[in-house]
Design a protein around this ligand. Sequence first.
Ligand SMILES: NC(=O)c1ccc[n+]([C@@H]2O[C@H](COP(=O)([O-])OP(=O)(O)OC[C@H]3O[C@@H](n4cnc5c(N)ncnc54)[C@H](OP(=O)(O)O)[C@@H]3O)[C@@H](O)[C@H]2O)c1
Length: 319
Amino acid sequence: MKAAVLHTFGQPPRFDDFPDPQAGPDEVIVHVRAASLKNVDKGRALGTHYDRHAELPVVCGLDGVGVLDDGTRVYCGGPRPPYGTMAERTVVSRAWTVAVPDAIDDIRAAALPNPALSSWLPLVWRAKLERGETVLILGATGVAGKLAIQIAKHLGAGRVVAAGRNPRMLETLSDLGADAIVALDQSDDDLAAAFVREGPFDVVLDYLWGRPTTVLLDALTGHDLKAESSRTRLIEIGSMAGPTIALSAATLRSSGIEIYGSGGGGSIPRTAIFETFPSLWALAAAGTLRIDTEAVPLADVERAWQRQDVAGRRLVFVP
Ligand SMILES: NC(=O)c1ccc[n+]([C@@H]2O[C@H](COP(=O)([O-])OP(=O)(O)OC[C@H]3O[C@@H](n4cnc5c(N)ncnc54)[C@H](OP(=O)(O)O)[C@@H]3O)[C@@H](O)[C@H]2O)c1
């Protein structure tokens, strides 16, 4: 079969031949129709993500949409290595397939789950968002951040503050439901002042880490032993702005900050994912969730992998 095959860490995968997968016990073959290209796929191919490929060559792609041998159209995830979803066929555990409603086309069904669940799951299971609370999204200009605005509102957030760099994209975020915008491209002092002005935040969905998070935490740091600080649940989801932050002892002692992570590693029960799908599909089928996608032939994987012109848009490979 044809597949996006990674031969060397740090190089893009190539459109190559790869042996066909065979299904083992409790596994199914998925005839892939669409598989999205995410930062996690790129991080794994670079060898920088904590979920690094154990052996090469390997087929890229963590999730996708396809049909089973019996014709059922499914979203699937977690292919068994060395197989991946950026291929004509892949193999997954039957438990990792979810039927896709007819109303959602292959491209949207392949693109939505990963970035949508990245906010939905932590808002419900980690932050335990309460109706009317204020949510700050760091990285609101990206695919996941734009969905996070919409999902936070859907789940009852009273106010959503969207922070990002791309000025053209920032201008569009109020259409998605953002109540206030914070531009990250300003001095640390001005950015800290903007966070103070738009806060306090009950929940922070953090797709960035690095400098924006460090500035935010500095801004939350109290300067008075007797001050009362409100509780802020910060959920670390992505690290586009850097792998580490500077966290002062004073921040932890003087603010109401609570820091959690979300992204595998047992942080959220696996059953939560499958419990969330019916609601996610219902919103998607109703056309309520907006996501920008671009379908690309899988044969173009090597060039598409390196494209820099896809801000806020998800590329989806079609075998
Ligand atoms: N844990 C999970 O379950 C999970 C699930 C999905 C995604 N993620 C992670 O979440 C992150 C965002 O995903 P995505 O799909 O939204 O990616 P994306 O569509 O590629 O967007 C990237 C975002 O990161 C911002 N960014 C990049 N470099 C930056 C920097 N140096 N400083 C500040 N902002 C920077 C971009 O801002 P501008 O465009 O404004 O420059 C944009 O908002 C990735 O790290 C991804 O792996 C995690």
